[in-house]
Design a binder for this molecule. Structure first.
Ligand code: AMP
Length: 112
């Protein structure tokens, strides 16, 4: 399967690692939209939030257990935003479930 984030996990494509555990990997977005912009992914290939089920939701829970640790490590004590894009209308460009963690400044109230 040709997946950019699986290639990053394999080390075939370099990334700026922020966090890693048994189930989760986090790295700096190559095109940051905020002073802190980290992508947090499950190591298991899940195509998007639309593919989460009882079979793989434990891997998603592991991502959310990691996010507070990543936020602390990145100095986001004043808050942050967690976003996942899904499909064409959601502007998902990489088909491996990932959560954008954005912060380091006052973010806009606008969500779209
Ligand atoms: P999305 O549009 O929600 O699918 O988000 C994909 C994100 O992956 C975008 O914010 C890209 O900037 C980011 N991205 C693409 N290629 C890389 C890469 N090689 N390393 C880090 N981030 C990347």
């Amino acid at each position: 399967m040709d997946c950019l984030f699986c290639s990053i996990l394999e080390g075939a494509i370099p990334s700026q690692k922020v966090y890693e555990d048994e189930n989760v990997y986090a790295f700096r977005d190559i095109n940051p939209q905020a002073p802190v912009h980290v992508l947090v992914i499950p190591k298991e290939h899940i195509p998007s939030a639309d593919a989460v089920s009882a079979v793989n939701s434990g891997k998603v829970a592991a991502v959310f257990e990691a996010i507070p640790k990543i936020a602390k490590e990145c100095g986001l004590e004043q808050g942050y935003r967690v976003i996942t894009n899904v499909g064409e209308h959601g502007c998902q460009s990489v088909k491996h479930l990932h959560f954008h963690v954005l912060g380091g400044k006052q973010l806009s109230e606008k969500m779209d």
